[in-house]
Write a protein that binds this ligand. Sequence first.
Ligand SMILES: [Zn+2]
Length: 333
Amino acid sequence: MKFIAADVVSAFPQSADPSDRTAVRQRTLKTAIGCTGIGLHSGAKVTMTLQPAEAGTGIRFRRTDVKGRGAIVPALWSHVGDTRMNSCLVNEAGVQIGTVEHLLSALAGSGIDNCLIEINGAEVPVMDGSAAPFLFLIECAGTVEQTAPRRAIRVLKAVSATDGDKTATLSPASGFSVRFDIDFASQAIARQSFALAMTRGAFKSEISRARTFGFEQEVAWLRANGLARGGSLDNAVVIDSTGTKVLNDDGLRYGDEFVRHKILDAVGDLYLAGAPILGHFHGVRSGHALNNRLLQALFADQTAWTWTTIAPGSAAAQATPASAPALALAANG
Ligand SMILES: [Zn+2]
């Protein structure tokens, strides 16, 4: 695995001197845009609209089916409740928004700092199980620069979270890069590793289309536990009960789609930090729960991170992530 250091700029920002008055500015959507779909776990049909939002307000959800102040649910690590099979947010009033990670991943990959997501139900629509439909919506709406400088969280020292043989680590780096290693008993997945620097366009081309996945034999258990009710071959890669075959007629979108989806999830989970992270993430068999525990560990140690602004010329200052080809190098196996 190698990174091309000079290319570690993109939708994911470079660091800069906090006193730099020419810092990159925050971004929001140019216009509102919506979609309709079903929740992966609830199976419920929902309508969702991504709205432009004022600088400094961050990413927030508003449940349009809930009255009053309790309708707002901030997309922050401190509001993560259930991490069983997805990242679910919950506010002080107990109002929830489930399966936020793929949408958060698309917002991170698009360099969106501020967005109000209006939704008339308790779960973000799963769409095709990847972040690509959300990226498409954001690209259709377009983005606009705001007056406030963009802030990022610079990792100052390595922080880890561990659960048995699973680990998640953040360590210092000039930009944002990710490595993920998985090892499943299923032959269809087995061992996969993927690493990339989030260069301009890399998120879109290398990560955004990777779908969520599951196992045929888990479906009954998941449904008995109120999960995966909306899941189907239209929105997930499903592996057969022998663990050797992908049941989807069209096969995989990437040969190593599984590990790429784990990166997609991690990018979304990490965006719940409330700002882009300048650091290197390494996940080994990690998942939503451990990714959240990693952010808890980072913010529990005030010597482990600091706020910074972002240098001009980096991704966030430039056009959309789609405007240039990916320059990431990946390592498989
Ligand atoms: Zn996912």
